[in-house]
Design a protein around this ligand. Structure first.
Ligand SMILES: [Fe+2]
Ligand SMILES: [Fe+2]
Length: 346
Protein backbone atom coordinates (compact mmCIF):
# COMPACT_ATOMS: atom_id res chain seq x y z
CA UNK A 1 0.00 0.00 0.00
CA UNK A 2 1.23 3.49 -0.90
CA UNK A 3 1.56 5.95 2.00
CA UNK A 4 1.69 9.67 1.17
CA UNK A 5 3.50 11.33 4.08
CA UNK A 6 3.09 15.09 4.36
CA UNK A 7 5.03 17.00 7.02
CA UNK A 8 6.46 20.41 7.87
CA UNK A 9 9.71 18.99 9.29
CA UNK A 10 12.27 17.24 7.07
CA UNK A 11 13.64 15.23 10.03
CA UNK A 12 10.33 13.38 10.32
CA UNK A 13 10.73 11.84 6.85
CA UNK A 14 13.62 9.41 7.62
CA UNK A 15 11.89 8.50 10.90
CA UNK A 16 8.59 7.51 9.22
CA UNK A 17 10.50 5.68 6.47
CA UNK A 18 12.45 3.68 9.04
CA UNK A 19 9.19 2.76 10.72
CA UNK A 20 7.05 1.86 7.67
CA UNK A 21 9.42 0.60 4.96
CA UNK A 22 9.66 -1.92 3.39
CA UNK A 23 6.15 -3.04 4.41
CA UNK A 24 4.68 0.16 2.98
CA UNK A 25 5.92 2.35 0.13
CA UNK A 26 6.38 5.87 1.56
CA UNK A 27 6.00 8.89 -0.74
CA UNK A 28 7.11 11.96 1.31
CA UNK A 29 6.25 15.63 0.76
CA UNK A 30 7.71 18.55 2.71
CA UNK A 31 5.07 21.27 3.06
CA UNK A 32 5.82 24.50 1.24
CA UNK A 33 8.64 23.02 -0.86
CA UNK A 34 7.41 22.70 -4.48
CA UNK A 35 4.40 20.64 -3.45
CA UNK A 36 3.22 18.14 -6.05
CA UNK A 37 -0.40 17.17 -6.54
CA UNK A 38 -1.06 13.70 -5.13
CA UNK A 39 -2.45 11.67 -8.02
CA UNK A 40 -1.99 8.04 -6.91
CA UNK A 41 -4.33 6.34 -4.45
CA UNK A 42 -3.16 5.12 -1.05
CA UNK A 43 -3.31 6.50 2.49
CA UNK A 44 -2.36 10.03 3.48
CA UNK A 45 -0.50 10.63 6.75
CA UNK A 46 -0.10 14.22 7.91
CA UNK A 47 2.32 15.13 10.70
CA UNK A 48 2.53 18.93 10.86
CA UNK A 49 2.10 21.67 13.44
CA UNK A 50 -1.52 22.72 12.91
CA UNK A 51 -1.09 25.69 15.29
CA UNK A 52 1.04 27.52 12.71
CA UNK A 53 -0.71 29.30 9.81
CA UNK A 54 2.03 28.56 7.20
CA UNK A 55 1.88 24.72 7.31
CA UNK A 56 -1.94 24.85 7.55
CA UNK A 57 -2.18 27.00 4.40
CA UNK A 58 0.34 24.77 2.55
CA UNK A 59 -1.61 21.70 3.70
CA UNK A 60 -4.90 23.12 2.40
CA UNK A 61 -3.29 23.37 -1.07
CA UNK A 62 -2.16 19.73 -0.91
CA UNK A 63 -5.61 18.59 0.25
CA UNK A 64 -7.59 20.69 -2.23
CA UNK A 65 -9.43 18.52 -4.76
CA UNK A 66 -7.70 15.41 -3.42
CA UNK A 67 -10.09 12.71 -4.56
CA UNK A 68 -7.83 9.69 -4.99
CA UNK A 69 -7.11 9.31 -1.26
CA UNK A 70 -10.00 8.50 1.06
CA UNK A 71 -8.13 7.75 4.31
CA UNK A 72 -6.42 10.79 5.87
CA UNK A 73 -4.61 10.05 9.10
CA UNK A 74 -3.38 13.03 11.14
CA UNK A 75 -0.73 12.79 13.87
CA UNK A 76 -1.78 15.28 16.55
CA UNK A 77 0.72 15.25 19.40
CA UNK A 78 -0.90 14.80 22.84
CA UNK A 79 -4.37 15.06 21.29
CA UNK A 80 -4.63 18.83 21.92
CA UNK A 81 -8.30 19.77 21.63
CA UNK A 82 -8.09 22.58 19.14
CA UNK A 83 -5.59 20.70 16.97
CA UNK A 84 -7.86 17.64 16.83
CA UNK A 85 -10.73 19.90 15.76
CA UNK A 86 -8.45 21.58 13.20
CA UNK A 87 -7.42 18.16 11.84
CA UNK A 88 -11.05 17.11 11.31
CA UNK A 89 -11.88 20.51 9.80
CA UNK A 90 -9.07 19.91 7.28
CA UNK A 91 -10.57 16.54 6.34
CA UNK A 92 -8.90 14.03 8.69
CA UNK A 93 -10.66 10.67 8.83
CA UNK A 94 -8.73 9.58 11.93
CA UNK A 95 -6.37 11.14 14.45
CA UNK A 96 -3.55 9.48 16.40
CA UNK A 97 -1.47 11.07 19.13
CA UNK A 98 1.94 9.53 18.29
CA UNK A 99 3.64 8.42 15.04
CA UNK A 100 3.97 4.83 16.26
CA UNK A 101 0.17 4.57 16.52
CA UNK A 102 0.11 4.90 12.74
CA UNK A 103 1.03 1.24 12.11
CA UNK A 104 -2.03 -0.41 13.74
CA UNK A 105 -4.22 2.14 11.94
CA UNK A 106 -2.67 1.23 8.58
CA UNK A 107 -3.21 -2.47 9.27
CA UNK A 108 -6.85 -1.72 10.15
CA UNK A 109 -7.33 0.43 7.00
CA UNK A 110 -5.86 -2.31 4.78
CA UNK A 111 -8.18 -4.90 6.30
CA UNK A 112 -11.21 -2.62 5.93
CA UNK A 113 -10.34 -1.75 2.33
CA UNK A 114 -10.04 -5.42 1.44
CA UNK A 115 -13.44 -6.16 2.95
CA UNK A 116 -15.15 -3.01 1.69
CA UNK A 117 -17.76 -3.05 -0.98
CA UNK A 118 -16.68 -1.11 -4.10
CA UNK A 119 -19.64 1.25 -3.60
CA UNK A 120 -18.31 2.33 -0.21
CA UNK A 121 -15.04 3.57 -1.71
CA UNK A 122 -16.43 7.01 -2.32
CA UNK A 123 -17.14 9.10 0.77
CA UNK A 124 -20.46 10.91 0.88
CA UNK A 125 -20.14 14.72 0.64
CA UNK A 126 -22.69 14.90 3.49
CA UNK A 127 -20.20 13.14 5.78
CA UNK A 128 -17.42 15.53 4.84
CA UNK A 129 -19.52 18.63 5.40
CA UNK A 130 -21.28 17.17 8.46
CA UNK A 131 -17.95 16.34 10.13
CA UNK A 132 -16.53 19.75 9.21
CA UNK A 133 -19.62 21.43 10.74
CA UNK A 134 -19.20 19.43 13.99
CA UNK A 135 -15.47 20.22 14.04
CA UNK A 136 -16.03 23.95 13.66
CA UNK A 137 -18.88 24.03 16.23
CA UNK A 138 -16.85 22.11 18.81
CA UNK A 139 -13.71 24.19 18.14
CA UNK A 140 -15.64 27.48 18.47
CA UNK A 141 -17.16 26.41 21.80
CA UNK A 142 -13.85 25.16 23.18
CA UNK A 143 -12.29 28.52 22.32
CA UNK A 144 -15.16 30.42 23.95
CA UNK A 145 -16.50 31.80 20.66
CA UNK A 146 -20.04 31.80 19.32
CA UNK A 147 -20.72 29.10 16.77
CA UNK A 148 -22.91 29.45 13.71
CA UNK A 149 -26.30 27.78 14.00
CA UNK A 150 -26.48 27.91 10.20
CA UNK A 151 -23.55 25.39 10.09
CA UNK A 152 -25.64 22.93 12.12
CA UNK A 153 -28.72 23.57 9.96
CA UNK A 154 -26.91 23.03 6.66
CA UNK A 155 -25.14 19.90 7.96
CA UNK A 156 -28.56 18.53 9.04
CA UNK A 157 -30.09 19.27 5.63
CA UNK A 158 -27.26 17.44 3.85
CA UNK A 159 -27.64 14.42 6.12
CA UNK A 160 -31.42 14.34 5.46
CA UNK A 161 -30.76 14.53 1.72
CA UNK A 162 -28.16 11.74 1.86
CA UNK A 163 -30.47 9.40 3.81
CA UNK A 164 -33.43 10.14 1.52
CA UNK A 165 -31.21 9.23 -1.42
CA UNK A 166 -29.12 6.27 -0.22
CA UNK A 167 -30.86 5.01 2.92
CA UNK A 168 -29.73 4.65 6.50
CA UNK A 169 -27.54 1.54 6.11
CA UNK A 170 -25.19 3.21 3.63
CA UNK A 171 -24.93 6.20 5.98
CA UNK A 172 -24.09 4.03 9.02
CA UNK A 173 -21.44 2.06 7.09
CA UNK A 174 -19.79 5.20 5.72
CA UNK A 175 -19.77 7.09 9.02
CA UNK A 176 -18.33 4.18 11.00
CA UNK A 177 -15.68 3.66 8.37
CA UNK A 178 -14.54 7.26 8.23
CA UNK A 179 -15.00 8.88 11.61
CA UNK A 180 -14.31 8.31 15.26
CA UNK A 181 -15.21 9.60 18.70
CA UNK A 182 -17.76 12.31 19.36
CA UNK A 183 -18.12 13.40 15.73
CA UNK A 184 -18.91 9.81 14.74
CA UNK A 185 -21.54 9.65 17.48
CA UNK A 186 -23.21 12.93 16.43
CA UNK A 187 -23.21 11.91 12.74
CA UNK A 188 -24.74 8.53 13.67
CA UNK A 189 -27.43 9.93 16.00
CA UNK A 190 -28.49 12.48 13.37
CA UNK A 191 -28.63 9.82 10.65
CA UNK A 192 -30.58 7.39 12.83
CA UNK A 193 -33.06 10.05 14.01
CA UNK A 194 -33.60 11.27 10.45
CA UNK A 195 -33.94 7.71 9.12
CA UNK A 196 -36.51 6.99 11.84
CA UNK A 197 -38.51 10.17 11.10
CA UNK A 198 -38.52 9.50 7.34
CA UNK A 199 -39.55 5.89 7.89
CA UNK A 200 -42.56 6.84 9.99
CA UNK A 201 -43.50 9.50 7.42
CA UNK A 202 -42.92 12.67 9.42
CA UNK A 203 -43.68 15.95 7.66
CA UNK A 204 -40.50 17.55 6.33
CA UNK A 205 -40.52 20.38 8.94
CA UNK A 206 -40.61 17.74 11.70
CA UNK A 207 -37.78 15.72 10.09
CA UNK A 208 -35.70 18.91 10.07
CA UNK A 209 -36.57 19.76 13.69
CA UNK A 210 -35.66 16.29 14.97
CA UNK A 211 -32.52 16.23 12.76
CA UNK A 212 -31.33 19.57 14.12
CA UNK A 213 -32.01 18.48 17.72
CA UNK A 214 -29.92 15.36 17.02
CA UNK A 215 -27.11 17.38 15.44
CA UNK A 216 -26.96 19.60 18.52
CA UNK A 217 -27.88 17.10 21.26
CA UNK A 218 -24.34 16.52 22.59
CA UNK A 219 -22.94 20.00 21.89
CA UNK A 220 -22.27 20.35 25.64
CA UNK A 221 -19.56 17.68 25.28
CA UNK A 222 -17.41 20.39 23.71
CA UNK A 223 -16.81 21.57 27.30
CA UNK A 224 -16.01 18.09 28.70
CA UNK A 225 -12.26 17.32 28.97
CA UNK A 226 -11.04 15.11 26.13
CA UNK A 227 -9.41 12.72 28.61
CA UNK A 228 -12.92 11.87 29.86
CA UNK A 229 -14.67 12.10 26.48
CA UNK A 230 -12.26 9.74 24.70
CA UNK A 231 -11.41 7.46 27.62
CA UNK A 232 -11.37 3.85 26.45
CA UNK A 233 -13.56 1.73 28.73
CA UNK A 234 -15.73 2.72 31.68
CA UNK A 235 -15.63 6.09 33.44
CA UNK A 236 -15.11 6.18 37.22
CA UNK A 237 -17.74 7.85 39.44
CA UNK A 238 -16.12 11.32 39.39
CA UNK A 239 -15.62 11.23 35.63
CA UNK A 240 -19.19 10.10 35.13
CA UNK A 241 -20.47 13.00 37.23
CA UNK A 242 -18.55 15.42 34.98
CA UNK A 243 -19.78 13.69 31.82
CA UNK A 244 -23.39 13.93 33.04
CA UNK A 245 -23.16 17.71 32.99
CA UNK A 246 -23.14 17.83 29.18
CA UNK A 247 -26.95 18.19 28.65
CA UNK A 248 -27.14 21.25 30.93
CA UNK A 249 -23.95 22.74 29.45
CA UNK A 250 -25.39 22.30 25.94
CA UNK A 251 -28.71 23.82 27.00
CA UNK A 252 -27.00 26.86 28.54
CA UNK A 253 -24.82 27.35 25.45
CA UNK A 254 -27.80 27.25 23.08
CA UNK A 255 -30.15 29.25 25.31
CA UNK A 256 -27.94 32.26 24.59
CA UNK A 257 -28.88 32.07 20.89
CA UNK A 258 -32.31 33.61 20.21
CA UNK A 259 -32.81 31.61 16.98
CA UNK A 260 -32.76 28.23 18.79
CA UNK A 261 -36.36 27.02 19.31
CA UNK A 262 -37.72 25.72 22.66
CA UNK A 263 -38.13 22.18 21.20
CA UNK A 264 -34.43 22.02 20.31
CA UNK A 265 -33.47 23.29 23.78
CA UNK A 266 -35.75 20.63 25.28
CA UNK A 267 -34.07 17.90 23.20
CA UNK A 268 -30.55 19.01 24.16
CA UNK A 269 -31.33 19.23 27.88
CA UNK A 270 -33.48 16.12 28.21
CA UNK A 271 -32.13 13.45 25.82
CA UNK A 272 -30.91 11.39 28.83
CA UNK A 273 -34.26 11.46 30.66
CA UNK A 274 -36.29 8.23 31.01
CA UNK A 275 -40.07 7.85 31.27
CA UNK A 276 -39.75 6.22 34.73
CA UNK A 277 -37.88 9.23 36.15
CA UNK A 278 -34.49 7.48 36.40
CA UNK A 279 -32.70 9.69 33.87
CA UNK A 280 -30.84 12.99 34.22
CA UNK A 281 -30.39 15.96 34.65
CA UNK A 282 -33.93 16.78 35.86
CA UNK A 283 -35.35 13.30 36.65
CA UNK A 284 -38.40 14.05 34.49
CA UNK A 285 -41.20 11.49 34.25
CA UNK A 286 -43.35 10.53 31.24
CA UNK A 287 -45.85 13.43 31.25
CA UNK A 288 -43.00 15.97 31.05
CA UNK A 289 -41.06 14.21 28.27
CA UNK A 290 -42.03 15.34 24.76
CA UNK A 291 -42.32 13.10 21.69
CA UNK A 292 -39.26 14.73 20.12
CA UNK A 293 -37.20 13.89 23.21
CA UNK A 294 -38.51 10.30 23.25
CA UNK A 295 -37.45 9.81 19.61
CA UNK A 296 -34.10 11.45 20.24
CA UNK A 297 -33.36 9.27 23.28
CA UNK A 298 -34.08 6.07 21.32
CA UNK A 299 -31.81 7.24 18.45
CA UNK A 300 -29.06 8.27 20.89
CA UNK A 301 -28.98 4.92 22.74
CA UNK A 302 -29.10 2.92 19.49
CA UNK A 303 -26.24 5.01 18.01
CA UNK A 304 -24.09 4.58 21.12
CA UNK A 305 -24.54 0.79 20.94
CA UNK A 306 -23.62 0.42 17.27
CA UNK A 307 -20.68 2.86 17.31
CA UNK A 308 -17.30 1.72 16.02
CA UNK A 309 -14.79 2.17 18.86
CA UNK A 310 -11.05 1.43 18.73
CA UNK A 311 -11.36 -0.89 21.77
CA UNK A 312 -14.51 -2.84 20.90
CA UNK A 313 -16.30 -4.03 17.77
CA UNK A 314 -19.67 -2.42 16.93
CA UNK A 315 -22.74 -4.25 18.18
CA UNK A 316 -24.99 -5.82 15.53
CA UNK A 317 -28.12 -3.76 14.85
CA UNK A 318 -30.41 -6.61 15.90
CA UNK A 319 -28.62 -6.93 19.28
CA UNK A 320 -28.77 -3.16 19.82
CA UNK A 321 -32.49 -3.15 19.01
CA UNK A 322 -33.06 -6.04 21.46
CA UNK A 323 -31.46 -3.92 24.21
CA UNK A 324 -33.90 -1.07 23.46
CA UNK A 325 -36.77 -3.57 23.74
CA UNK A 326 -35.50 -4.72 27.14
CA UNK A 327 -35.41 -1.22 28.67
CA UNK A 328 -38.76 -1.66 30.39
CA UNK A 329 -40.43 1.49 31.59
CA UNK A 330 -37.70 3.78 30.32
CA UNK A 331 -38.57 4.20 26.64
CA UNK A 332 -41.92 4.61 24.90
CA UNK A 333 -42.85 1.04 23.80
CA UNK A 334 -44.92 2.15 20.80
CA UNK A 335 -42.00 4.23 19.49
CA UNK A 336 -39.50 1.41 20.04
CA UNK A 337 -41.86 -0.81 18.04
CA UNK A 338 -42.17 1.82 15.30
CA UNK A 339 -38.36 2.14 15.25
CA UNK A 340 -37.91 -1.56 14.40
CA UNK A 341 -38.12 -1.21 10.62
CA UNK A 342 -35.70 1.69 10.43
CA UNK A 343 -33.28 0.14 12.98
CA UNK A 344 -33.05 -3.21 11.23
CA UNK A 345 -33.84 -2.56 7.60
CA UNK A 346 -33.40 1.18 6.96
FE1 LIG B 1 -25.72 12.92 25.48
FE1 LIG C 1 -25.43 11.33 22.53
Amino acid sequence: MLVHFVTDESTKIPAIRAMLEPQYCVEPQLLGVGNQKISADGVLIVDADLRKPAPVEALKLVLKDLHCVSEKLFVVQSHLHHMVAQAFALGATAVVSRPKEVIPKLVQIEATQKAARPAAAERSPAITSGAAAFASMFAAIREGKLFMLSDAESATSEIIHSIEEKGLSAWLDDVRRYHQGTFQHCLLVTGIAVGFALDIKFASADVKRLGLAATLHDIGKARIPLAILDKPGRLDADEEAIMKRHPVIGYELLRALPEVSPEILDGVRHHHEYLDGSGYPDGLTAPKISDLVRLLTISDIFAALIEQRPYRPPMARQDAYNILCSMNGKLEPSLVKAFRNSALRG
